[in-house]
Ligand binder design. Structure first.
Ligand code: ZN
Ligand code: ZN
Ligand code: ZN
Length: 993
């Protein structure tokens, strides 16, 4: 590798940065080889992102904008040059970060990767339409094609040209008969019988009829081509695009040596239908055109009319409506219980039970299927006598069928005029697949167009892996050598099995389109996303998944000479799939691109061509180049924290103590079925750190984020959440509180910051109020707030900067001209505590503030916890919008550290190591151990093996992603997991414990 590196670097040259000072970068010079796989490492806050994104990428962007027209530039004038003396050798830059790409609820994996655009084109070009009524293939032809085909099949025959003028339509059709006669069409068939139109049969007005018009009778020879053409044209016109040819008399068979000629010997009496529109000769026209837009559910021509192309309809969910543990007598229908007329409903249900002899003192879940069906879906035609007695004693009788719980709920929902009732009922509804299109989003006619035997919805429901198999079957009638690289079994789903090799004509037309689709699918599979279905909604993808999708899209474009700046591409990826991601990234460099990757993953660091390690610490202790060169150089750099962990000089130890699960304290989820979970039971020991592991797509988030978290929030806090499908959850009464600590920002505007979020700002303001000057002037705490009028700068309303809306670009924040970003009035800033004004305090980082407020107990207590979670480098007033997801998550964790053990809290974290170097992971684990030692439970979705090894209990899901996952593969202590031969996690964990 060293040799390649030297040669390569010489050939491709260097990117040379001089005097970089962005954020905490300390006026550094750094040389980075072009055309290489370069990793930037260092602890959080060391300056990696400042160099990669805020200096190199920002400058690349700025130069790009400079190259635009002056008109475009006037909107972009605010783009600042990064604080840097010079950068040489820079290429055009593309950044792929983890921000969610799309918020459009209609975006899917297939649309964001452009796969859908190509598939629509493919279906429009070579798709075969089928009649939605009878399923017969219908080819669209021009008049010329029809005439050519008729001559080919019927040459020498005496034929009749038929036009299906009326199909299955009510009426006497007397006007039509008259018009036909006027045009010279005297005969044909009415409802299949020969008829003379001059003297037509009388038709019953209210019945449906068929009328076929005989346009012409011709003996077909080459010379009668013109007459045939006219007849076909007339027939198509009358028959709304359809025409049929019947052989009245076949010529005598002549012996021929040409096999082709024999094949098309049409028999006497045979008839063939042709269509110009996509019209079935039996059932009429069904497709307006074959164009890409028709294959879009965003277009009215293609969308299912029932759900407008959404694929789902809101419906009452049995899981939410029925309390299966309660009896009819107790009111097992939850929304009825909360209704004003709960007694009325209960009486009706009890009396329905009595009518059928169904017990009403048995939990609903234990009633037999038929009994449940009657209660839920009604008694049908069976009439029941209901007797009611009011509280005052008057009685009242009602004789009618029981309409059923769901019909009743639906009726209330549509009839009610109360918004409150409607919104209350909405909380019992979930999105169900649309019954008309079965979730296919397209209308029937469109979804029956096939390519190689497969419809567009069928391929959309496929996973990336299955779709890749379909495409290769089209192309070569089998699979190519990609599969050996993938190490995945060939999928044998119904869709894959029925895929046919395309005929030569279709392949010729579709060659380029299929190439585009296949290369995208191949890359998605290679970056470990083989389990995602093409119709998976983009807004449900994790940050890591959507980053890898955009990466695959980039590789598909095959640009060269570009500098890609990536942020932790390994996030969310199981160690098993990491190797292939790295191979795929290598393809970017072999195309001649430079890859700058901000990464903490050890495997990625070890295989980099070149490593830039920043640090050694965070914030003011960082911002320097600690090592710039090969891996060996990094390992031998004493000062490097990264090098210390990589070389083993430092390591994350196994925890000194493990919590042992207590027999009586388990949280048990039964029958979890959300997404790909296969009706599993999961047991979580309370008072432990529980790691939920498994390859991507194995069902970790479906279990933890979509099922456990929302059901606990619902049970414990009455939250209006919809948990994923499951039978029941037990043991929650042992828990007092549940808190989901995710990586969402601690605030949406630059006004929120760590000081306000953690509550440290309030005692700090009090401190300033108690100074002599503040007392003299009579300042209240509000004087030092930037959120209310008084002491703040009114020009920027205390923001320090103001938002400039950029129309088609992201908003830009510009520093306030009046206060120069200091947020307060000059008078307010005159008030000082120990020589610092309120703005100075907000500018301090947490470590500095800890020293500064060391004797102020209430302030110190809060700030020291932020420092303890490894965020000593963030500033108290640092805008929430500039904190990374990992930093925001740790700020939230810090505010939890003082929760007393008497309140048993379950903390739920989804991949908290995102953005963390090993040194930071070390600190995070310490925080989690502190929470657990305080008696709380921590449930954590994680791939990071250092975290998994420190857990008390591991639940490993899998074995694969998607449909082949969703099972509990192994559970137990980390040591027990390593002994399980079925667990991929166990295999990789072996060297860690
Ligand atoms: Zn049909
Ligand atoms: Zn629909
Ligand atoms: Zn201002």
């Amino acid at each position: 590798m060293a040799k390649r590196l030297k040669n390569g670097a010489a050939k491709d040259g260097w990117i040379e940065v001089r005097g970089a000072r962005t954020h905490n970068l300390q006026n550094i010079d750094v040389k980075i080889p072009r055309g290489k796989f370069v990793v930037l490492s260092g602890v959080s806050g060391s300056g990696k992102s400042s160099l990669a994104f805020d200096t190199l990428y920002a400058e690349g962007q700025r130069r790009y904008i400079e190259s635009l027209s002056s008109y475009a530039r006037q909107f972009l004038g605010q783009m600042k040059k990064p604080d840097c003396d010079s950068i040489e050798g820079l290429s055009p830059a593309i950044s792929i970060d983890q921000k969610q790409g799309s918020h459009n609820p209609r975006s899917t994996v297939a649309t964001v990767t452009e796969i859908m655009d190509y598939m629509r084109l493919l279906w429009a070009r070579v798709g075969l339409p089928h009649c939605p009524d009878c399923g017969k293939e219908v080819a669209r032809r021009t008049v010329q094609e029809i005439v050519d085909d008729v001559l080919w099949r019927f040459e020498g025959h005496a034929v009749a040209v038929w036009s299906p003028a009326v199909r299955d339509r009510k009426g006497t059709h007397a006007d039509l008969f008259r018009a036909l006669v006027e045009q010279g069409y005297l005969g044909g068939k009415v409802n299949g019988r020969d008829a003379n139109f001059e003297n037509p049969p009388e038709l019953e007005k209210n019945l449906r009829h068929d009328i076929d018009v005989r346009i012409d009778r011709i003996r077909l020879e080459r010379v009668t081509r013109q007459r045939l053409t006219e007849a076909v044209e007339a027939g198509l016109r009358l028959g709304a695009g359809a025409v049929a040819i019947e052989s009245l008399k076949a010529p005598k068979l002549k012996k021929s040596d040409d096999p082709d000629e024999q094949r098309f010997q049409t028999g006497q009496g045979e008839s063939i239908a042709y269509s110009e529109e996509f019209a079935c000769p039996e059932h009429g026209a069904f497709l307006p055109e074959m164009s890409p837009r028709v294959f879009s559910f965003n277009n009215p021509l293609g969308a299912c009319p029932s759900c407008q192309g959404l694929g789902v309809q809101r419906n009452f969910s049995p899981d939410l409506v029925i309390d299966r543990l309660a009896t009819v007598g107790e009111g097992c229908i939850t929304p009825f219980r909360r209704s004003m007329m709960s007694g009325w409903y209960r009486t009706q249900m009890t009396q329905t039970c009595e009518h059928y002899g169904i017990p009403h003192d048995v939990p609903f879940g234990q009633l037999d299927d038929e009994a449940q069906d009657i209660m839920l879906n009604g008694s049908g035609d069976t009439i029941i006598t209901f007797n009611f007695v009011s509280q005052k004693g008057s009685s009242y009788q009602m004789v009618r069928p029981w309409e059923g719980v769901f019909a009743r709920l639906r009726r209330t929902y549509t009839d009610t005029s109360s918004n409150r009732t409607r919104s209350r009922l909405t909380s019992y509804m979930t999105d169900e697949p649309c019954p008309d299109c079965r979730g296919q989003k397209l209308n029937n006619a469109v979804s029956m167009v096939t390519v190689g035997g497969v419809s567009l919805p069928e391929i959309s429901f496929c996973s990336v892996l299955e779709a890749l198999a379909v495409v290769q079957n089209w192309r070569i009638g089998g699979l190519d050598d990609t599969w050996s690289r993938l190490e995945r079994e060939e999928p044998h789903t119904p869709t894959v099995s029925k895929t046919e090799h395309l005929d030569e004509r279709s392949l010729f037309i579709a060659h380029d389109i299929i190439k585009e689709i296949e290369s995208r699918l191949r890359f998605l599979a290679l970056v470990g996303l083989d389990y995602l279905t093409l119709d998976r909604r983009a807004n449900t993808l994790s940050g890591g998944e959507s980053q890898r999708i955009r990466l695959a899209t980039q590789i598909g474009t095959r640009l060269t000479g570009v500098m890609y700046v990536l942020d932790e591409p390994s996030i969310g990826l199981h160690p098993r799939d990491n190797g292939r991601l790295l191979e795929t990234l290598r393809e970017l460099t072999s195309l001649g691109n430079t890859l700058l990757v901000v990464e903490h993953d050890e495997a990625t660091l070890r295989q980099a061509d070149w490593l830039v390690d920043l640090g050694p610490g965070a914030g003011k202790e960082g911002g320097r180049v600690v090592s710039n060169g090969s891996l060996e150089q990094l390992l031998n750099t004493k000062e490097s924290v990264t090098g210390a962990y990589l070389s083993g000089r430092k390591s994350i130890p196994l925890p000194e103590d493990r919590a042992t699960p207590d027999d009586d304290r388990w949280l048990v989820v039964t029958g979890a079925r959300q997404n790909n979970l296969q009706d599993i039971d999961v047991r979580i020991p309370l008072g432990c750190i529980v790691a939920v592991s498994g390859v991507s797509g194995s069902g970790k988030s479906s279990l933890v984020t979509s099922t456990i978290a929302p059901s606990l929030q619902r049970k414990l806090h009455g939250a209006d959440t919809t948990p994923g499908s499951h039978d029941k959850i037990e043991g929650y009464e042992l828990i007092d509180k549940t808190i989901v600590i995710n990586q969402s920002p601690i605030g949406r505007t630059p006004r929120s910051n760590p000081a306000t979020y953690t509550g440290a700002f309030s005692p700090i303001r009090d401190l300033f109020t108690q100074t002599n000057l503040a007392k003299e002037r009579g300042y209240q705490p509000g004087q030092f707030s930037f959120n209310v009028r008084g002491g703040r700068c009114e020009a920027c309303k205390g923001g320090g900067s103001s938002k400039l809306e950029m129309n088609f670009l992201p908003d830009v924040w510009v520093v306030c001209d009046i206060c120069k970003g200091k947020r307060y009035t000059r008078e307010t800033l005159e008030v000082k505590w120990r020589g610092k004004n309120i703005h100075d305090v907000l500018e301090m980082n947490v470590t500095e503030a800890c020293d500064f407020f060391a004797n102020q107990r209430s302030i110190y207590r809060i700030l020291s916890t932020i420092r303890d979670v490894g965020l000593g480098y963030i500033r108290l007033g640092q805008p929430a919008t500039t904190l990374s997801g990992g930093e925001a998550q740790r700020v939230k964790l810090a505010t939890q550290l003082h929760r007393p053990a008497t309140k048993h809290t379950v903390y739920i974290l989804d991949e908290p190591t995102t953005g963390l170097a090993l040194a930071d992971v070390h600190q995070l684990i310490e925080v989690l151990l502190r929470l657990r030692r305080n008696g709380h439970t921590v449930i954590i979705i994680e791939h990071h093996l250092d975290v998994i090894k420190c857990a008390d209990w591991v639940i490993d899901l899998g074995p694969e992603g998607g449909e082949r996952g969703g099972l509990v593969v192994a559970e137990g202590t980390p040591e027990e997991i390593t002994q399980n031969p079925d667990s991929y996690t166990g295999k990789h964990l072996l060297s860690f414990v």
